[in-house]
Design a protein around this ligand. Structure first.
Ligand code: FAD
Length: 467
């Protein structure tokens, strides 16, 4: 029997690896150390919890700690932080409620995820200024909005006791969302649902940068229609206030607000790995091979802390998304259990709900990024219908499709519309994995019935126009 498989981090990547390894090799000791109290939670659902579509934080948990231990036989320890890795002795140092101890491993998975970037803004420490990356932060935001009892959730988040006092006496009426990425857009919708005036600040000319300008422009028009005050091309300097946030300062602009959500991206949690001499790649995340192995053959990394290979460019990339973490974790679990399984490549396939719109992307969407990756890109943007033109309720879908002039390969796509977008992008994602040409994409046999699409699906139409 092989020695213990030890996992640092108990969410998507970590618990997928633990479950797969234990299922495939039941005799193996599988230990997971998670520094928080939550495991296997869906951070992706946090904006919908703040909005109120999801009732409790517990609803976001897929498998409880008890089920991992009792039904899956995994030795899961919550409130245990791994503070060091000794690669020579093959041990990790763990700090738990009963003190520190060393745990030996035969194989180790670093699945420590990422953290919200905290920009060097003035006033980041004011009460009422939040980031959103973990469960407790979401609870704190609801507390500050006066939606849940603030005393239960606010003090433990580090936002200050004054915040609880403020939340009890005041009702926030306006919010600044700083950062127009997908978390910012989802949170703009959540805040608007509670009746707040929403100001969204984005330092770039467009929101949703990975989705391309064509899709972002449609989203921005829709955000304005929904009453969001958009400040594009506007770099925030900081927050102003006495104890709690009262305004946002951006150049000559001062916008009074009662709450600020800072969503300017995430950075991989690499400190533990770096301190142990595990190499990082060009993106700053942990470098891994096709099996998720680091520069140490006994140490793997997966999820938001690790690089993956991009299916179109063939280069290392860091796109922190949930399926990427689950998939890589599962593959590493299989490998460790004796069935070498590649972690797969990534296309950065993603979808976002922006009020009444769906917006999605896959592959390389931007011509400049395609040129930088060595392609000679050509693209089209078309508008098609979501259903047969005579079937009630059809909506416009805008598709931008990118191909390479020389190889004629599909490079990527973005889409936006009121329906039929979020899963339609998967057709293009599949074409990327198959290395299809634009011509091949345009001749795929896709499903048709009037309530679901026109005869020529919008993806096929985009392919025909670009071909
Ligand atoms: P994490 O989920 O970050 O888990 C890492 C775990 O490791 C944490 O629980 C942490 O406490 C623990 N840990 C860290 N260091 C240590 C240590 N030293 N010792 C012990 N434990 C440690 N992705 C999508 O694909 N679609 C979406 O719609 C989407 N929406 C999102 C919305 C929000 C608000 C957020 C925050 C994320 C969203 N994501 C989405 C991203 C997705 O949640 C992540 O990609 C996914 O959770 C990554 O899983 P992971 O296991 O790599 O890392």
């Amino acid at each position: 029997m092989s020695g213990p498989f030890v996992i640092v981090g108990g969410d998507a990547a970590g618990m997928s690896a633990a479950s797969k390894a234990k299922r495939d090799d039941p005799d193996r000791d599988v230990l997971v150390f998670e520094k928080g109290e939550w495991v296997s939670y869906g951070a992706c659902g946090l904006p919908y919890y703040v909005k109120g579509d999801v009732e409790t934080l517990e609803d976001l948990v897929s498998v409880t700690p008890e089920a991992f231990v009792e039904e899956r036989g995994i030795d899961l320890r919550t409130n245990h932080e791994v503070t060091a890795i000794d690669r020579e002795r093959r041990t990790v140092t763990v700090e738990g409620p009963d003190g520190a101890f060393d745990q030996e491993y035969a194989d180790l998975l670093i699945a420590t995820g990422a953290h919200a970037v905290v920009p060097p803004f003035d006033g980041m420490d004011l009460d009422g200024v939040f980031t959103l990356h973990d469960m407790n932060e979401a609870a704190a935001i609801r507390g500050y909005l006066g939606l849940d009892a603030p005393s239960a959730s606010l003090p433990e988040t580090g936002y200050g006791e004054a915040a609880a006092e403020y939340a009890e006496s005041e009702q926030p009426e306006s919010v600044a969302v700083i950062g127009g990425g997908y978390v910012g857009i989802e949170m703009a919708e959540a805040f608007a649902a509670h009746g707040l005036d929403v100001h969204l600040f984005e330092m770039l000319p467009h929101t949703l940068q990975p989705f391309g300008a064509a899709a972002a422009t449609v989203v921005e028009d829709h955000l304005r229609e929904q009453g969001v005050d958009l400040h594009l091309d506007t770099a925030v300097d900081g927050m102003v206030g006495d104890g709690h946030v009262e305004a946002i300062a951006a150049g000559d602009l001062t916008v009074p607000v009662d709450l600020a959500l800072v969503g300017v991206g995430v950075a991989p949690n690499t400190e533990l790995a770096e301190a142990a001499g595990i190499e990082l790649g060009p993106t700053g995340a942990i470098a891994t091979d096709e099996y998720g192995r680091t520069n140490d053959e006994h140490v793997f990394a997966a999820g938001d802390d690790a690089e993956m290979t991009h299916v179109v460019t063939g280069e290392p990339d860091h796109v922190p998304l949930a399926l990427t973490a689950n998939r890589a974790g599962r593959a590493i679990g299989a490998t460790v259990a004796g069935d070498p399984t590649p972690v797969g490549e990534i296309a950065g396939t993603a979808a976002v709900k922006a009020f009444d719109l769906e917006v999605a992307r896959t592959g390389v969407v931007d011509e400049e990024a395609a040129r930088e990756a060595g392609f000679d890109p050509v693209s089209v943007t078309i508008t098609a219908q979501s259903r047969a033109h005579y079937y009630p309720g059809d909506e416009e879908i805008q598709v931008t499709l990118l191909g390479d002039r020389e190889s004629e390969r599909v490079l990527g796509a973005s889409m936006v519309g009121r329906e039929g977008v979020a899963k339609r992008i998967d057709t293009v994602a599949t074409a990327l994995y198959a290395g299809m040409t634009v011509h091949q994409l345009s001749y795929l046999d896709l499903a048709y019935a009037p309530p679901f699409s026109p005869v020529w699906d919008p993806v096929l139409t985009a392919g025909k126009v670009l071909d």
